[in-house]
Design a protein around this ligand. Structure first.
Ligand code: APR
Ligand code: PHB
Length: 390
C-alpha cells in the first residue's frame, strides 16, 4: 500500500490531522494499535479553546459540539473557604472556552473520517516507522498475524506518550525535559448535576480539588491523592466525603452525589521532547509533550501542533515548499512551552506538595489573592486559560 501521509495513532491529534489533510485532498492512512470501542471508552478532560473549536468547524465536525457543548465565560478559584470568579470573557476581550468531552471530540472526528471514506487500520500490532531519515519512509505493522507495509512521503507520530514514534528516534537526537509531581488526581464521573455552572479549582490544606462537568446532567470531579494510592481503596462515599471537605461551605452544601460511572487515578507530569521533527517523521500531541491537567491544556496543545503540522504539509504539497515543515518544530514548541509554563504554574499554586511548609503555604495564598485581586494577574491567567494565539 502507498499513501501520502501515514498517521500513527487515532487519538484527537491523529484524527484531527487526518481530517485537515483530507479537506485539502492529501491522502492519509491512520494506523492504530487499539480498537474503536477501546478508544471511545477512555475518559479524558474536556475544555476546548476557541482555536480547537475552530478546527473542529474547519473539518466539518463541529455541529454536535455547538449543540451540546457548554460555552463558559469564566472559572472559579477557591481558597480559604471562599470562591472567587475569574471573568475570562471580560479579561480577554470576549474569549470563551467550550466544555465538551474529549471522548465526544474523538467520536465526532471518527464519524467525519468514516463519512470521508479515509482508511483507519485498527488493532495494528508492532507498528514501526522506518526509513524516515531518508527519502523512502514507510510504516510496517502486523494485523491478524500478517505483516504489512505502507510506503509514504511523511509519517506523523500522533501515538501519545507511550507511543512508538518517539521511541523510534535515536536517543542522542532527542532532548527530553521532565518533571514528575509527587501526587495524582483521583477522578470520578457521575450522572449528577454539576455543583456549579462553572468549573471550581480549589486549593485546600487536604489537597487540591476540581469540580468539572461533561453536561448539565453529568459531572466530573477530582481530588488530589497520593501517587501510590489505589483506586480500589476509594468507595464512592469516601470520594464524596473527601471532595466535600475540600469545597467551600456553599458548594459543599449544594453538592449532589450519586453512583460513579468511572473512577480512576492519573499521575501528573510535565514533559517535552525536542525537536518535533526527525527527517520525514513529525511528532504531535502527547507523543511529544505532556502537561499536568490543572491548566486543561493537553487536548488543546495537540490541536495547535496539528494546526502547524497540517499547514506545513499543505505547503509541501500545494506550494512545493518545505518552509512550513522546516518551521514546524520551532513554531509548535514555542506555544507548547508557554502552555507547559502555565500548567506547571497552576499546579504549583493549587496543590499541596509533601514539602509544603508554612512559608510555601503563605506564598501560595498570597499568589492566589494576587491573582483574584489584580486585573493584570486575572488577565494573565485568563489569556492563558482561553488559549494563547496560534
Ligand atoms: N501504534 C499505534 N498506535 C498507538 C501506539 C502504537 N505503538 N501507541 C499508542 N497508540 C495510539 C493510542 O492507542 C491512542 O489511540 O495512539 C493514540 C494516541 O492518542 P492520545 O493518547 O489521545 O494522544 P493525542 O492524540 O496526542 O491526544 C492528546 O489526549 O492524553 C490526552 O491529555 C491528552 O488531551 C490530550 C490528548
Ligand atoms: C475535566 O473536565 O476532566 C477537566 C477540566 C479541567 C481541567 C482538567 C480536567 O483543568
Amino acid at each position: 500500500m502507498r499513501t501520502q501521509v501515514v498517521i500513527i495513532g487515532s487519538g484527537p491529534a491523529g484524527l484531527l490531522l487526518g481530517q485537515l489533510l483530507h479537506t485539502w485532498g492529501i491522502d492519509n492512512v491512520i494506523v492504530e494499535r487499539k480498537d474503536r470501542d477501546y478508544i471511545l471508552g477512555r475518559i479524558r478532560a474536556g475544555v476546548l479553546e476557541q482555536g480547537a473549536v475552530a478546527q473542529m468547524d474547519e473539518v466539518g465536525a463541529g455541529a454536535r459540539l455547538h449543540r451540546e457543548g457548554l460555552v463558559h465565560h469564566g472559572i472559579e478559584i477557591a481558597f480559604e473557604g471562599k470562591r472567587h470568579r475569574i471573568d475570562m470573557h471580560g479579561a480577554t476581550g470576549g474569549k470563551t472556552v467550550t466544555v465538551y468531552g474529549q471522548t465526544e471530540v474523538t467520536h465526532d472526528l471518527m464519524e467525519a473520517r468514516a463519512a470521508a471514506g479515509r482508511v483507519t487500520i485498527y488493532d495494528a500490532d508492532q507498528v514501526t516507522p522506518q526509513g524516515f531519515d531518508g527519502d523512502a519512509p514507510r510504516v510496517s505493522y502486523v494485523k491478524d498475524g500478517v505483516t504489512h507495509e505502507i510506503a509514504c512521503d511523511y509519517i506523523a507520530g500522533c501515538d501519545g506518550f507511550h507511543g512508538v514514534s518517539r521511541q523510534s528516534v535515536p536517543a542522542a537526537a532527542l532532548h527530553e525535559f521532565e518533571r514528575v509531581y509527587p501526587f495524582g488526581w483521583l477522578g470520578l464521573l457521575s450522572d449528577t448535576p454539576p455543583v456549579s455552572p462553572e468549573l471550581i479549582y480549589t486549593r485546600h490544606e487536604r489537597g487540591f480539588s476540581l469540580c468539572s462537568m461533561r453536561s448539565k446532567t453529568r459531572s466530573r470531579y477530582y481530588v488530589q491523592c497520593r501517587l501510590d494510592d489505589d483506586v480500589a481503596r476509594w468507595s464512592d462515599d469516601m470520594f464524596w466525603d473527601e471532595l466535600r471537605r475540600r469545597l467551600d461551605p456553599a458548594a459543599a452544601e449544594t453538592l449532589v452525589t450519586g453512583a460513579s460511572l468511572e473512577k480512576s487515578i492519573a499521575p501528573l507530569r510535565s514533559f517535552v521532547a525536542e525537536p518535533l521533527r526527525f527527517g520525514r517523521l513529525f511528532l504531535a500531541g502527547d507523543a511529544a509533550h505532556i502537561v499536568p491537567p490543572t491548566g486543561a491544556k493537553g487536548l488543546n496543545l495537540a490541536a495547535s501542533d496539528v494546526h502547524y503540522l497540517a499547514q506545513g504539509l499543505r505547503e509541501a504539497y500545494a506550494d512545493k515548499s518545505q518552509a512550513g515543515l522546516d518551521a514546524y518544530s520551532a513554531r509548535a514548541l514555542a506555544r507548547v512551552w508557554k502552555a507547559e509554563r502555565f500548567s506547571w504554574w497552576m499546579t504549583t499554586m493549587l496543590h499541596n506538595f509533601p514539602d509544603t511548609d508554612d512559608f510555601t503555604a503563605r506564598i501560595q495564598l498570597a499568589e492566589l489573592n494576587y491573582v483574584v485581586e489584580s486585573q493584570a494577574a486575572t488577565a494573565s491567567l485568563s489569556e492563558n486559560y482561553v488559549g494563547l494565539p496560534y
